[in-house]
Write a protein that binds this ligand. Structure first.
Ligand code: ZN
Length: 145
């Protein structure tokens, strides 16, 4: 993550990241994470979130640095404040119609079967964007006074 130096013209948060790329995508992802985690927490009054683990496919067009940055902002004043976001990137897995093999791509620029080299467009994994698991601290002192 690289921040612009003081005095640089233009700017705003977005210019600190990839030039020309908005972090709105990551912001909306993080907002929905906060929402669904907060909903799950309703069953555990007083619980704090320690860690949120995300599964993100390599094709989900998510920049982890931006995700982490947005997470810090979007979790402020929520039960997720101060928790860790752990992102696991899943490789793209394609199924090959020509030879029937299924394997992960070595490069996103090369959508070919890892076994026979035929073009493979049948993506079996890589577009995921979901919460894998959540670790919470259940505030046991209120349960066992
Ligand atoms: Zn093949």
């Amino acid at each position: 993550m690289r921040f612009g130096t003081v005095g640089e013209t233009g700017g705003g948060i977005e210019s600190c990241f990839q030039p020309g790329r908005s972090i709105m995508h990551e912001l909306s992802i993080v907002a929905s994470i906060v929402e669904s985690v907060t909903e799950s927490l309703a069953a555990y009054p007083g619980a704090r979130v320690v860690e949120v683990r995300l599964k993100v496919g390599a094709l989900a067009s998510v920049v982890e640095d931006s995700l982490q940055f947005c997470y810090g902002i979007a979790t402020a004043d929520t039960p997720l404040e101060g928790s860790r976001l752990v992102v696991r990137i899943l490789p793209v897995v394609v199924h090959c119609a020509a030879c029937g093999a299924e394997g992960s791509l070595e490069s996103l620029q090369n959508f070919r079967c890892p076994s026979c080299g035929e073009p493979a467009g049948d993506v079996r994994q890589g577009r995921e964007l979901e919460i894998d698991s959540i670790e919470i601290d259940e505030a046991k002192e209120s349960v066992f006074p």
